[in-house]
Design a protein. Structure first.
Lengths: 857, 128
């Protein structure tokens, strides 16, 4: 320890999220190298994201949960001891005992967190009882459920005791593993600490809809073992019983203050190490406590946000500052079992004279409540269940004027946008990292940040849970605009116009080659942004094949080889299967092609079949077989119409009211090959049960007794959107004409890579309706003609390519050895199919096959 | 960079480790092709003005042999190819990544003799 003898020694007891933040803050701010830090963690892992524990059940590795990239623990002056519980603290000698040794400290931080509290119920220690706190807990729980599932010839039955945040998380985790789950809550409603009665009811309905049973006002009397000694039955007060194979206790936490107690440090009435506003223990200015174990003003904070704030306070003190803990925001927003829940401010309208404005829609499972001051001007708090989209805007306004009628904020998504209000500088935008609106504005105006990544890096806003990012972006854009930084809509350095403007230029001028277009309306020779845009515009205008000489050079690699590039440089092939309907003969052909070329096969989300691992030089031979069997390109590689997904509809289904498959096929055959600013997906459901998930599509059609309802602007992916109702009870002819116009209007006016949802938002749903349904711009006939031209001029790109030796010429691996497979490809077999070898597998060289081995091609 | 030499000796191309690869007319304008040359996969690009450039085909950022499949264009007058996987741009003249100064791909000299494209031994680039 001589190398650090000149430094002061900081010992951190505990290796959770707050300890991580504390060490991070020391590393950031202790630029003089004043402190050497030793962190003692009881668990075997470096600090990880405990909040995301449940994601462990959706297949993530424990390693994915680790906080940071690990470089913090390799820094000079920082040591992390794992598997190293501290056994004792001696505040007089300023020492801690761990790993059978004694470590001196100049400052000690207790960050021991909490442990799961298990109520003293008979049988709560039986095998099959679990808590939900650490990675090890959930690992054991998962193993237990998997093992029990293998033993039983029925679904595993599980119960979660506790209907709070953690309990619902645990229920979701059980549900994800196929366990029949029951949530048992002592209080009369779920999430009693966060939401009010109405919110609790809405939450209950939403959760029951997911197949989880909810029992509120229920006390557990005992858990009985079966003959094998494992949990078998729960008995409740009142005599009810519930058979169970696994029980999870999520009944709250208790501060881990036993070290402090043993060391004679003061503890709070309900536990926790008592500290002052500097997070220092009274009478010990070299001992601090942070996070869940710290008891400030008689209260422990069970959220990571306040814990992080305490960590920053302590580091400031260690470096000679005078920071104090300002109290914290207990607002929460989370997605439990896919249900949005948020609460903020004065949820229970505790302030005298406060008013509650409630919007409750049990049909759609939405409950929203705002608490406002007696004059209805100032926002005091609120609860959002089922749709928490307004949370990011509302939470920072707590304590500020709402700026509008409170009901405007409660209307369902899409009915009318909430008013735009200028946030006060002091409003807290990111509660995880405690970043105010002012700090974000400052990042733009004073630190010169001009994009979202820069603002995040500079202010830390949105770097934890990310729920505030939309708001951060709005603030940033508005600051940039104020500063006169033009938020340009120019396509790229070669074109000063937007995509929509360029589309009109090309359409009106009749220019049909890239060289002419860029010579007349741009500069230079184009780039990877503008070239595909021009290619898409030319395609949308029906100007020939994507591989015609002048257009070929504009295409992205996917369009250029009419297949989807994969991670190892090979391609995947997706034949069109209109409406998802395929004959047994068709299936056999696809299967035979996959087998003959050694392709990995997987069913796509769009009801077709993806064949992976095709090499460039194999594509023509593969497509020859497919085209001969009657298949055509599925344009899975293009910014184009992809699929029309359908349910089986009235042809077979007992509930179907219309022929959804027939309509889906007709629509897919009509719009196939249409190039657009982004991909377009459609869906048709045969009844209101909506099995085709049409409302998650750009264009969704749902059958009614009287015809079809049309929805537009939906998508899945990174920012999922539900499609909004556009028109009701249309006959088939009107429906098709309306979709024609909607799609063409979108193709002509949307920005590059803008899907229909943001486009509709930008244009305005009412405006789109006026143009498409009422022809307010007088362009309907033109849009109709454009779609008719598309339908008439459609040809299958792959069939056309196979007929043209010039286009086929570039499907070679190497220009000087056209049939040599790329020797760098390597595969391993997994679950009966081959997949690309990982870097490790290549290094070890076992089980790795080359590009052509075992392949009959 | 390739220049169209008129004639001295077609055989010249084969000397000093230069590999004949293909006919100049086999190169599509403003696209790339992959070739086996200098013992490795090389991406050949023919730009709008009929210059020919050769870079290593392997994209070091995505560890995939795909550079020849990228879109060719200009950025501030610099001819470049955008890797098709994550769109990082590489200077066709030098192999330097325009988006990350610490990254580059090998660059090879190109010669065109009597309509045949030759690729020479790897160039060492000393920085701008």
């Amino acid at each position: 320890m001589t190398e650090t003898s000149t430094r002061k020694r900081l010992v951190v007891v505990g290796g959770g999220m707050v300890a991580h933040r504390l060490v991070e803050a020391v590393a950031d701010r202790d630029t003089a190298g004043e402190w050497h830090v030793d962190v003692f963690a009881e668990e075997s892992r470096a600090p990880y994201d405990r909040v995301a524990l449940t994601s462990f059940f959706s297949g993530r590795d424990p390693e994915d949960l680790l906080l940071g990239d690990g470089s913090l623990w390799r820094r000079e002056g920082v040591r992390l001891h794992t598997n190293a519980p501290v056994k004792a603290v001696d505040t007089a000698a300023r020492q801690v005992h761990a790993r059978g040794r004694v470590y001196d400290y100049d400052a000690l931080v207790l960050a021991t967190g909490s442990s799961a509290f298990v109520p003293p119920v008979e049988g709560s220690d039986l095998p099959g009882s679990f808590v939900y706190r650490t990675v090890d807990d959930v690992t054991e729980l998962r193993a237990w459920v998997t093992d029990r599932g293998a033993e039983l010839d029925r679904p595993v039955r599980g119960a979660v005791v506790g209907g709070g945040l953690l309990g619902l998380e645990a229920a979701g985790a059980l549900q994800a593993m196929g366990v029949e789950s029951t949530v048992v809550e002592f209080a009369p409603r779920l999430m009693a600490l966060q939401v009010d009665e109405g919110g609790g009811e809405a939450l209950r309905r939403l959760i029951e809809k997911l197949g989880i049973t909810v029992r509120t006002s229920t006390a557990t009397k005992r858990i009985k073992a079966g003959r094998n000694g494992r949990v078998a039955r729960m008995d409740f007060d009142g005599g009810d019983r519930l058979p169970v194979d696994v029980v999870v206790f999520a009944t709250g936490v208790r501060p881990r203050d036993e070290l402090a107690r043993a060391a004679g440090l003061p503890v709070g009435e309900r536990g926790g190490v008592r500290v002052d506003e500097a997070c220092a223990v009274p009478g010990h200015d070299d001992v601090y406590a942070v996070g869940e174990v710290a008891c400030i003003d008689g209260r422990c904070w069970g959220l990571v946000g306040p814990g992080n704030t305490m960590a920053e306070v302590v580091v400031d003190r260690l470096l000679g500052g005078g920071a104090t803990f300002p109290g914290a925001d207990t607002s929460t927003k989370l997605k439990l079992l896919g249900v949005d829940v948020a609460s903020f401010g004065d949820v229970f309208a505790a302030q005298a004279g406060s008013l509650e404005v409630v919007h409750s829609d049990p049909v759609n499972g939405v409950y929203k409540k705002l608490v406002v001051s007696d004059d209805a001007q100032t926002l005091l708090g609120g609860v959002l269940v089922g749709d928490a989209s307004a949370y990011a805007s509302l939470r920072p306004l707590v304590g500020s004027p709402l700026g509008a009628d409170p009901t405007a904020w409660l209307l369902p998504e899409g009915v009318e946008g909430p008013p735009s209000t200028e946030l006060p500088d002091a409003a807290n935008v990111c509660s995880c990292n405690n970043v105010s609106a002012g700090a974000i504005r400052c990042a733009v105006t004073e630190q010169g940040c001009t994009d979202l990544p820069a603002v995040k890096a500079c202010s830390r806003a949105g770097t934890s849970c990310g729920s505030c990012l939309p708001l951060v972006k709005t603030l940033m854009t508005s600051e940039l605009e104020k500063a006169g930084v033009e938020v340009s809509d120019a396509l790229c350095e070669h074109f000063a116009v937007s995509r929509a403007q360029l589309f009109d230029i090309v359409r009106v001028t009749g220019l049909r080659t890239f060289s002419e277009i860029i010579a007349a309306h741009g500069t230079g020779r184009g780039c990877d942004i503008c070239r595909p845009v021009v290619a898409s515009i030319l395609s949308s205008l029906g100007t020939g094949h994507v591989l015609d000489a002048d257009q070929a050079r504009l295409q992205d690699t996917n369009d250029h080889v009419m297949a989807n590039l994969q991670k190892d440089g090979t391609y995947s092939v997706v034949p069109r299967i209109p409406g998802g309907e395929i004959t047994p003969e068709g299936l056999l052909v696809i299967g035979q092609v996959a087998q003959d070329f050694g392709l990995y096969t997987k069913i796509t989300g769009g009801q077709r079949i993806d064949l992976f691992g095709a090499r460039m030089e194999q594509l023509p031979a593969i497509w020859k077989r497919l085209v001969d069997a009657g298949f055509e390109s599925g344009q899975a590689y293009g910014k184009a119409v992809r699929t029309v997904k359908s349910c089986v509809g009235s042809t077979w289904c007992r509930y179907g009211v219309q022929d959804s498959v027939g309509l889906a096929i007709a629509l897919e055959l009509r719009y196939r090959g249409l190039r657009a600013p982004h991909k377009i997906k459609l869906g048709v459901s045969g009844c209101a049960r909506e099995c085709a998930e049409a409302r998650s599509k750009d264009v969704g059609v749902i059958a009614t007794e009287n015809g079809w309802n049309l929805y537009v602007g939906g998508n899945g992916g990174f920012t999922p959107r539900h499609a909004q109702l556009f028109a009701e009870d249309l006959d088939t002819e009107t429906l098709v004409r309306t979709i024609d116009r909607f799609l063409m209007y979108y193709v002509r006016t949307a920005d590059r890579l803008q899907r229909t949802a943001p486009w509709v938002e930008q244009v305005g749903m009412d405006e789109v309706r006026r143009v498409v349904l009422d022809d307010s711009l007088g362009i309907a006939a033109d849009l109709d003609a454009a779609m008719a031209a598309h339908v008439d001029s459609y040809e299958d790109e792959w069939a056309a390519t196979l007929d043209d030796p010039e286009k086929l010429a570039h499907f070679v691996s190497f220009v000087n050895e056209p049939d040599t497979a790329d020797p760098s490809l390597a595969y391993v077999t997994e679950r009966g199919q081959r997949r690309p070898a990982t870097a490790d597998e290549r290094r070890e060289g076992v089980l790795v096959a080359g590009p052509t081995l075992e392949v009959r091609s | 960079m390739g220049t169209i030499a008129s004639t001295p000796a077609a055989a010249e191309g084969a000397e000093d480790g230069w590999n004949p690869v293909c006919a100049f007319v086999a190169l599509p304008v403003e696209r790339g092709v992959t070739a086996l040359a200098q013992g490795t996969a090389v991406a050949l690009f023919r730009t709008y003005d009929d210059q020919v450039y050769a870079l290593g085909n392997h994209d070091p950022l995505t560890r995939t042999g795909v550079l020849a499949k990228g879109i060719v264009g200009t950025r501030g007058g610099v001819p470049f190819v955008a890797s098709p996987v994550h769109r990082k741009a590489f200077d066709l003249r030098t192999g330097r990544c325009l988006d990350d100064p610490h990254v580059s791909v090998p660059s090879y000299p190109v010669r065109i003799v009597d309509g045949t494209v030759y690729v020479g031994p790897r160039l060492t680039f000393r920085g701008p």
